[in-house]
Design a protein around this ligand. Structure first.
Ligand code: NAP
Length: 265
């Protein structure tokens, strides 16, 4: 299927690794020009170089980078100095740390809300009017399955991302956006084989004294698909949500979790 997004400009945040990189690869393979953002310049340049060398990229597809902290005003200014008008925006930044809510003060909460709620809202604010004017826009927020099935030690994530989810439910249904072919959706990962998942399992291993292999095996067995997701399949779903064909899908929370969420709805 031709997703009809060749030549569109995509901003992909958190794109040097993991799920963000999966999205950048899938969009670029469809011929969308991508601007990849992450803080660490070395990993970002390596990821961009590998993508430029990808034989599946249509000729002329541009892959640009901005090494910046997307949660900072200054970082976002640098991203928009690179290019102001994006047709596709994938919001993403690292997830907040696990812990006990008794240990989290105001500063910790502000940081989590800033990264996982206010940053996506700022990115939407900066791009959505241009999308409406051009009659095409796709915004995909990488959130978490924890929005539907909260995880107790990830209270910062559960809370901050739920705030974003409520905001998106409203803004996506604004007729000025939806009738102008501008869609806003959330993509909710379950357990994906990325550095973040490995880091979480290492933390659990240290805390419990169980070997990391045993922790990974138990986690895998709890997923009906009996495996972790691959960033490539996450990216493909993201690219479909960004396609011309997906213009009637907006305001949705799309779970991609191998069947792990146990509810009917
Ligand atoms: P990952 O493998 O750790 O990759 C995170 C990417 O985001 C890296 O490229 C990182 O590069 C970049 N990044 C982090 N903070 C940033 C910032 N402030 N500004 C710009 N770039 C930033 O993580 P992932 O597994 O792909 O996770 C992506 C998102 O999905 C996270 O919010 C995570 O909580 C959520 N999630 C993941 C899973 C899973 O199983 N993997 C499950 C549920 C939810 P730099 O560090 O160099 O900036």
């Amino acid at each position: 299927m031709d997703l009809g997004i060749a030549g569109k400009w995509a901003l992909v945040c958190g794109a040097s690794k993991g799920l963000g990189l999966g999205c950048a690869v899938a969009l670029a393979r469809e011929g969308a020009h991508v601007v990849m953002v992450a803080r660490g310049a070395e990993a970002l340049e390596a990821a961009a170089a590998a993508l430029r060398a990808d034989a599946a990229l249509p000729a002329g597809t541009q892959v640009l980078t901005v090494a910046a902290d997307i949660t900072s005003v200054e970082g976002r200014a640098r991203v928009f100095a690179q290019r102001a008008d994006y047709d596709i925006v994938i919001t993403n930044a690292g997830g907040p740390p696990p812990g006990d809510f008794r240990d989290w003060g105001r500063e910790t909460w502000i940081k989590a809300v800033d990264a996982n709620m206010l940053t996506p809202i700022e990115l939407i604010k900066a791009t959505v009017d241009g999308m409406v004017a051009r009659g095409f826009g796709r915004i995909v927020n990488i959130t978490s399955s924890a929005v539907k099935a909260p995880i107790d030690i990830l209270g910062l994530s559960n809370g901050a991302r739920s705030g974003l989810t409520g905001f998106i439910a409203g803004v996506a249904r604004n007729p000025k956006l939806a009738a102008a072919n501008v869609t806003v959706n959330n993509l909710l990962p379950g357990a994906f084989d990325t550095d973040r998942l490995r880091g979480t399992m290492e933390g659990a291993s240290k805390k419990t004294g169980k070997p990391i292999e045993a922790i990974a095996e138990a986690r895998r067995k709890a997923i009906p698909a009996q495996r972790f997701g691959e960033p490539g399949e996450f990216g493909s779903t993201c690219a479909f949500l960004c396609s011309r064909q997906a213009s009637y899908i907006t305001g949705q929370n799309v779970l991609i979790d191998g069947g792990a969420y146990p509810g009917t709805y």
